[in-house]
Design a protein around this ligand. Structure first.
Ligand SMILES: Cc1cc2nc3c(=O)[nH]c(=O)nc-3n(C[C@H](O)[C@H](O)[C@H](O)COP(=O)(O)O)c2cc1C
Length: 325
């Protein structure tokens, strides 16, 4: 059991990361069914939440099986952060994370997300407000710095001073975006200098890379982000390898097809046929990653608009696609 102040993460050190534009209820449900034990919602703008914007409320859709669940706030102004915390009281979440990691220009140009890495004292003061006002345990997500990883420890220590329960760190700078290499050393330095648990993020594509992250950084937990796209089994595979030394088996084509159809179904229930089917196009590509004989099917998926068309394409994929490993 991993303890984060009042939060106890059930048996797992492998968390599903927040993924903007992706972490729908259907996505989280599919990952949980395949072995994920803790999931985040995508980041939520404090300002939009304080206004109860329709889109934000939709993004926060959840149900009683979708637990434990983390919510991540994006903001920099207590004028919006405080009312958003009030709104959050209406929702059944287990952990409140604060985003100081988002690299997008439209976010950082307003002093939010990764822009806060340039102002460790300001970040600390915002976190103090969250810790004081939030009924939930508070964590923060940072990157290793704005344009060099050299002040990662300083940022992390300021965050810890605010009284947070854990710190999540993505091992890249803001300027690096999502480019390689990932800086394992910077994460390790942060881990060595903090007393609170450190959750590491970056390049968790499979169980080998998960092991590398634990071994090289000494982190307490990891988040899986892009590695979960089209591969909800990754959580179970990492657990099995780390806990039992078992080399994970890949799912059969039948299981893949069943999961794809269920994912599509769940999203249709939540968001309606058209939106869910169009959203699923990118998942079709992700689920078929690394297969042979699928180029023509991938070319067709961009035209699919209905559930029955998508199901037909999934069935063709299962009949003709060949898994490489
Ligand atoms: C499409 C996309 C959306 C993301 N959205 C968020 C987000 O809402 N909040 C956040 O803290 N990180 C977000 N991230 C960053 C991931 O959580 C993770 O830190 C990053 O992708 C590195 O992990 P990976 O290399 O294993 O993918 C996002 C990443 C991607 C690719």
């Amino acid at each position: 059991m991993e303890k984060f102040k009042t939060l106890t993460l059930p048996t797992s050190k492998i968390l599903l990361a927040p993924l903007a534009g992706i972490s729908s209820l259907a996505f989280r449900t599919i990952n949980r069914q395949a072995g994920c034990k803790f999931a985040f919602l995508e980041m939520i703008s404090a300002r939009s939440l304080s206004y109860s914007s329709k889109k934000t409320i939709e993004m926060m859709q959840t149900n009683s099986s979708d637990r434990p669940l983390g919510v991540q706030l994006l903001g920099s102004d207590p004028k919006y952060i405080l009312p958003s915390l009030e709104k959050l009281r209406e929702y059944p979440y287990d952990l409140l994370d604060f985003n100081a990691a988002c690299p997008q220009k439209k976010v950082t140009s307003n002093g939010k997300g990764a822009a806060l890495l340039k102002e460790p004292k300001r970040l600390r003061d915002l976190l103090k407000i969250l810790v004081k006002e939030s009924p939930l345990p508070v964590t923060v997500k940072i990157r290793i710095g704005w344009d060099s990883g050299k002040n990662a420890v300083d940022i992390a220590k300021h965050a810890e001073d605010a009284g947070i329960s854990a710190l999540c760190i993505h091992g890249r700078t803001r300027m690096q975006g999502y480019r390689r290499p990932l800086d394992y050393n910077a994460i390790r330095e942060v881990k060595k200098s903090l007393k609170i648990p450190v959750i590491a993020s970056g390049e968790i594509w499979d169980w080998q890379l998960a092991k590398k992250m634990f071994d090289e950084t000494g982190c307490d937990a990891i988040t899986v982000a892009r590695g979960s796209l089209g591969n909800p089994w990754i959580f179970k595979e990492i657990e099995e390898f780390l806990n039992e030394g078992v080399m994970p088996l890949r799912p059969s084509m039948e299981e893949l097809g069943k999961t794809m159809k269920e994912h599509l179904n769940l999203d249709i229930e939540a968001r309606g046929e058209r939106t869910a089917t169009i959203e699923f196009r990118k998942f079709f590509i992700w689920y078929s990653r690394g297969m042979r004989n699928i180029k023509p099917l991938r070319g067709l998926v961009g035209f699919v608009k209905t559930q029955s068309q998508m199901v037909k394409l999934i069935e063709k994929l299962i009949a003709t696609g060949q898994q490489i490993s």
